[in-house]
Design a protein around this ligand. Sequence first.
Ligand code: URA
Length: 443
Amino acid sequence: MRAVDIIQKKRDGGELSSEEIAYLIQGYSRGDIPDYQISAWAMAVYFQGMNARETGDLTLEMAKSGDQVDLSPIAGIKVDKHSTGGVGDKTTVVLAPLVAAAGVPVAKMSGRGLGHTGGTIDKLESISGFSVEMDRERFFAQVGEIGAAVIGQSGNITPADKKLYALRDVTATVESIPLIASSVMSKKIAAGADAIVLDVKTGSGAFMKTLDDSIALAQAMVDIGTHLGRNTVAVISDMDQPLGFGIGNALEIKEGIETLKGQGPKDLEEVSLILGSHMLVLGGKARDEAEARAILKSHIADGTALEKFKQMVDAQSGDVTQIESPDKLPAAKRLIEVKAAAAGYVDGIQAEEIGIAAMLLGAGRETKESVIDLAVGIYLTKKVGDAVAAGETLAVLHVNDAAEDKVAEAESKVIEAYRISSSPVVPPPLVYALVTKDGVTRY
Ligand code: URA
């Protein structure tokens, strides 16, 4: 077999065999096939696409390229949740304890943030002492004992995807549905999930800006999960504005705690309940979404979800007093109010711009090496649909040591992110569609 023939076949619209896909990915992993040939192949896939079988094969090859976590020592159906990345998305912080309180084991590996989107691991590290590293035995033991553990991606998970993603990033081949779908799903499969709930974001702050593209990505991922024997559903949720009010690590943990107490922002609570309901159904703890929602709400109301979070924080060496008194979490030294220039109604909040503004303040990483400030970020005081008066506060910047030019740039980004209309605005739906192996339901 020769890489050049496989590239040519895909370039001309052919269907690659399982052996050809294995040859490319294994050869690339070993270093036998060079970056320039894989770049050409990725561009051919970008233009010609891949069918469900090819995409499934690519996923499996990447999943097999490194460690594969065997979660079978943990009893029960292990349901993973994955978000395609949003701004202010702290649903994992809410869902890990909430779903665990309802009896579905959560053995979750999460990532760090890069660019305008945050990462769950960074958020959790704003709790003093919280450890995101543990060996496999301790990880399993914690999930067995308290039902939930969230750790950083350890070991050598999907090295072929890591290499290919870095290459796609610099060859303009990221935005390909089969390549994104196989990249995401390879990590979920390698991490050992029995079932998967995907939160596919759509809108200005998402990878996929249109509903149709988001649904197509969701369908590709659901097809892969189904093909590989993992029950998979995808919720298409809104990212035309950030989720909740807080963007920035400690600010997001505070909001997660409020939500676990039933006092969080309504949009965050609702998206968490929707995703959590699907996790309960796939985990065999509820017959349908309505029953699952009632179970989840009861765990918020009776305090068991918050208690579960405290147990998880304690087990991972975090300071539980910060969960009991969130004012003890890291806080910024300076608050700067960003005011509306004119009166009207908030018509849109460009999530990506808000994410970049938070990054400029130090909440996120410009490069993988950037050091983040856990206390800083942005708190939105107005969301889409809200009325604003001229001079009223739209958002508050939480600032520590960022250079003044960065603070000024962040401030202008926030102002630019807000679109104000002169007539009343109806807030967008939180969820647009559900994709399962049986098809697409649009709401
Ligand atoms: N996230 C991933 O993990 N992979 C992609 O290709 C795109 C987003």
